[in-house]
Design a protein around this ligand. Sequence first.
Ligand SMILES: Nc1ncnc2c1ncn2[C@@H]1O[C@H](COP(=O)(O)OP(=O)(O)OP(=O)(O)O)[C@@H](O)[C@H]1O
Length: 252
Amino acid sequence: MNLLEVNALGISFGGLKAVDNFHISVKKNELYGLIGPNGAGKTTIFNLLTGVYKPNAGEILLNGKNLVGMSCIKINHQGVARTFQNIRLFNKLSVLDNVKAGYFASQKYSFLDGIFRLPNYFKKEKTMDDLAMDLLSVFHLEDLAGESAGNLPYGKQRKLEIARALSTNPCLLLLDEPAAGMNPSETEELMETIRLVRDRFDMTVLLIEHDMKLVSGICDRLTVLNFGQVLAEGETAEVLHDEKVIKAYLGE
Ligand SMILES: Nc1ncnc2c1ncn2[C@@H]1O[C@H](COP(=O)(O)OP(=O)(O)OP(=O)(O)O)[C@@H](O)[C@H]1O
């Protein structure tokens, strides 16, 4: 069974069919790319997969369970986490607290535990600190744990966003243009990070990206979107040499 199976997915905004009859099948542990021209509907698909938008048609099966109609939080609890095109960290919070934020759902303590600083409060806080520090060390961010997230250089903010997404213990990670705004050496490092995330966390990754070096360097398979519809899909090298993909997106 595929980890993610999407069939006949569609959404319209007014008269615009932003996503139309979209399908995709992603296997467990795949690094899968979703590419296409600006405005093709890629981010809209992420918004559908994460429950930000409700589709007009279609189904989204994660491990066989239909996510359509579930809230964003419920979908996250099912195992879908994402990062955003424009980094969305809690800039004023520390690096550590940004990651800890992801653990609150699994490491709950009561209002009274918190107010009266009961033993359970310290126990859960310590567990979250330890988990968050472990995660930060995977991304070589542990020395920056006390720093405000907003003070980190761009490449490290991206890593922190990925770490925070992983703290919710997902099985599917959605990365929206992770290399946007990065210089070539940051992009190179990001490729390593994404591979590490797949291998170390047994993760399946679906990513939107315009950087073809990153796409061809790490994606096992691709789907190309054009005007909300699937233009091509398959093995990365094959898709990138497809005449209609070159014409519609990559340039001749
Ligand atoms: N909430 C909305 N209301 C109206 N139109 C929307 C909404 N969200 C997306 N759209 C439209 O849907 C289309 C697809 O947009 P989307 O952002 O998904 O494209 P994209 O492929 O992610 O583009 P880019 O590569 O530039 O990020 C665009 O025409 C966009 O204007």
